[in-house]
Design a protein around this ligand. Structure first.
Ligand code: ADP
Ligand code: MG
Length: 725
């Protein structure tokens, strides 16, 4: 019987309507093609050593072995008798486990001693022995001579010797039941056409798609399985990168960028000359890469990634000045009002040597939700006339229909999801030169270190610059974990904070809650009262949280900044970007309630001046510490390198959870693994860029075009636009 890839999965022999509906319900499998893309997670082979440690207790698994003997136990239960048939199974490694069957004595006849089988089920540990209860059982063969002949280490006498694929499975559709379905599908299919050019297969040493699919499911040996996987990983990553690049090209079609190239002896130059320090090597690389974008007629869309304290602000300011040097305007947008105010102040200071808000100087304005009506009206008017050079505000600046005379450069801080399509919204605001749609140059900044592999996947359509070097002279922050069994250390810490305060330094104390709440954890309101009256009656203790009025927040921040208050109790509102160089101590209460990256961000608030800074994590004071939490906190204590922490986080939680698939547009990768396949991501990206650069709408690459649409149809919001647009 001939099948095609587009046939419904029910066309595959063995797929009943019940099975078809389970395939759809659990795995979204509708077509034969979908079934073939239900890839095995791994392969077991009959000779494989399956170590106890390799089996996750409580997880479904498939174990292979030879039944060595049976025992039957009968347990009276009321008027009935429960029969437990226990098969002892020995694996080629010599490890033993038990397969137990409840009220199925007939299994003993079905699976006599000497039977080699795969047992699928939930693995449990029972007094150091592994046990699988009521497993689904697939007979693989029999050892000649029965168990009495002993179990040979070499199981080559088996009838079906091969690698057994282990599929993502559920209770009513275990892996071994999926195996024959895939086998039948592959048998029924003519050779599967390839979508990559032959030349690529040679160049990149890839199997054909037909070979790869067949051999990934049912490989003759491990090496072939690996080669097959490589091809499928490339396909997955290349299709994704191609889709991202294609979409960017599509959205940029009919638009043109601005020439904001650096001007000799302009404000940009002058800023670099008057800056109080030498740029780091990483900052210099960033200037060069951004200069390249500013020169290009293609609008810039670059992500600037740099750990806290890596000096992104300087890069942002320089980028903005290039717009001003072309007589245009620039906007700096940040997530909160506190930050907008801080950035406005920083810019005013950094640019003071160039003259700010003086005759013939730069005009810099702040615009936030709490700007007064008169101020707001004036600034809006002056943006429209072009009198303002640089405006600093919250992200809302974009949404509120603010009009610019000629917007040249936009820098957006901490809005990861400012994607390609949002940027397109800027085009009306940019005014329109000669009937063409003009896009300003956009730089997106993030202080959340993301493993490079993930950045390239998540932001595949952006260009990425990484500030991977901290300015010189930074001392690593000393981080300590304090659990309740070390309670006396709390008093020691408070004495230390007092000493620091007396020496002109300051401390943050971060708590998870604003007020006493549903969960048991420290809240800022009570903790502030406690610290200010019981612990530090001799110091000024300020309070900041998200539910305060903006002016109250700002005045508390100002008191802390000026040193009038030496301790600041706050929620995570101070997480991003707040910069008080004199702050040397960061205390985090109930630290187990925060994730790795959040802890890292919070810790980044200290260590910004000279001297040693400290971070103290209180954990386990309100409830038990889980192993996961311990692992996170220990990782944070062990290193201050944000990229190392991000890799750890990726390892503990996986990409999907790190970014919350649905909201982030994080693609659902079926075969590729961001940690294993980093090199392939880069390769796929390069190839995709080259294809789209030469053929922006993929008109000359119909098979690639069709493959991208097939994979992402209706899935990624990203690609949906392609079909309508
Ligand atoms: P980020 O925004 O990346 O967290 P900032 O731009 O706030 O970092 O910079 C952190 C601190 O380092 C600031 O106080 C800034 O003045 C300082 N800084 C930035 N670049 C340099 C440099 N090249 N050399 C010395 N100090 C620098
Ligand atoms: Mg910053």
């Amino acid at each position: 019987m001939q099948l095609t890839l587009d046939d419904p999965v029910s066309a595959v022999p063995g797929v009943s309507s019940t099975v078809a509906s389970r395939l759809r319900k659990h795995f979204g499998i509708r077509t034969v093609h979908d079934l073939l893309e239900h890839h095995p997670r791994k392969h077991h082979d009959a000779g494989e050593v399956l170590d106890l440690s390799e089996v996750a207790v409580g997880e479904p698994a498939t174990l292979i072995g030879t039944i060595t003997d049976w025992s039957i136990r009968r347990i009276p239960k009321g008027r009935r008798t429960l029969t437990i048939a226990v098969a002892r199974v020995r694996q080629a490694s010599g490890a033993n486990f038990e397969a137990t069957f409840f009220n199925q004595e007939w299994r003993r006849r079905q699976l006599p001693e000497g039977t080699v089988a795969a047992f699928s089920g939930k693995v449990e540990r029972f007094r150091s022995a592994l046990k699988v209860s009521n497993p689904d059982t697939q007979v693989l063969g029999r050892v000649r001579g029965g168990a009495g002949a002993g179990v040979p280490d070499d199981l080559s006498a088996l009838e079906h010797q091969r690698l057994l694929p282990v599929y993502p499975a559920v209770a009513d559709l275990p892996s071994f039941k999926i195996v024959p379905l895939v086998e039948h599908a592959l048998d029924g299919l003519p050779p599967i056409p390839d979508w990559l050019p032959d030349a690529w297969l040679d160049e990149l040493d890839l199997l054909t798609l037909d070979d790869a699919l067949r051999q990934h499911h049912l490989p003759p040996d491990r090496e072939t399985a690996r080669a097959a996987r490589r091809r499928l990983v490339f396909d997955e990553l290349f299709a994704l990168q191609l889709g991202l690049q294609w979409r960017r090209a599509h959205l940029e079609a009919g638009t043109v960028g601005l020439d904001n190239s650096p001007v000799d002896l302009g404000h940009g130059d002058e800023f670099l000359r008057t800056m109080p320090f030498e740029p780091t090597g990483a900052q210099q690389r960033a200037f060069a890469e951004i200069a390249e974008d500013l020169r290009s007629s293609r609008p810039m869309h670059r992500l600037l990634q740099g750990d806290v304290g890596s000096g992104k602000t300087v890069v942002a300011v320089w980028s903005l000045l290039n717009a001003v040097d072309h007589g245009r305007q620039a906007a700096l947008m940040v997530p909160t009002e506190v930050l907008a105010e801080q950035h406005h102040r920083t810019l005013t200071e950094l640019l003071a040597p160039l003259g700010v808000n003086v005759l013939d100087g730069l005009r810099i304005e702040l615009l936030t939700g709490s700007s007064g009506v008169a101020h707001r009206r004036r600034v809006l008017g002056e943006l429209l006339t072009g009198d303002v050079d640089i405006v600093v505000g919250t992200h809302a600046l974009l949404e509120e229909g603010v009009r610019f005379a000629d917007l040249g450069v936009v820098v957006i801080d901490e809005q990861h999801r400012f994607g390609v399509s949002q940027r397109v919204q800027l085009k009306e605001k940019a005014g329109d030169g000669d009937g063409r749609e003009v896009l300003p140059d956009v730089l997106v900044m993030t202080a959340t270190p993301i493993p490079r592999s993930l950045a390239l996947t998540l932001y595949g359509d952006l260009d990425v610059t990484v500030l991977d070097e901290l300015p010189p002279g930074r001392e690593p922050i000393k981080t300590t974990l304090i659990t309740p069994d070390q309670a006396p250390r709390r008093a020691g810490l408070y004495a230390f904070i007092r000493d620091e305060a007396k020496a002109g330094r300051r401390a943050y104390v971060v708590c998870p809650l604003v007020e006493e709440g549903e969960v048991e954890a420290t809240n800022v309101t009570d903790h502030h009262a406690h610290l200010s009256t019981d612990v530090f009656p001799d110091l000024e203790v300020a309070l900041v949280h998200g539910r305060m009025r903006p002016d109250a927040k700002e005045s508390a921040m100002a008191r802390f900044r000026s040193g009038e208050a030496q301790v600041l109790v706050s929620t995570t509102v101070i997480e991003v970007g707040v910069d008080v160089p004199e702050a040397t101590v960061m205390v985090i209460e109930d630290a187990e309630r925060f994730g790795i990256s959040q802890l890292h961000q919070l810790r980044g608030r200290v260590g910004r001046g000279g001297g040693t800074s400290y971070c103290v994590l209180f954990a386990g004071w309100h409830g038990e510490l889980t192993d996961d939490a311990k692992e996170r906190l220990e990782a944070v204590a062990a290193t201050t390198d944000g990229f190392v922490l991000a890799e750890t986080d990726l390892g503990i939680r996986g990409a999907g959870q790190l970014f919350g698939k649905a909201q982030s547009g994080m693609p659902d990768l079926k075969v590729a693994d961001l940690r294993r396949d980093e090199a392939t991501i880069a390769l796929a990206r390069e190839r995709a860029r080259a294809v789209v650069a030469a053929d922006p709408d993929l008109t000359d690459h119909p098979r690639m075009r069709a493959e991208v649409l097939r994979r992402y149809e209706g899935g990624l919001e990203a690609f949906a636009a392609l079909q309508t647009g």
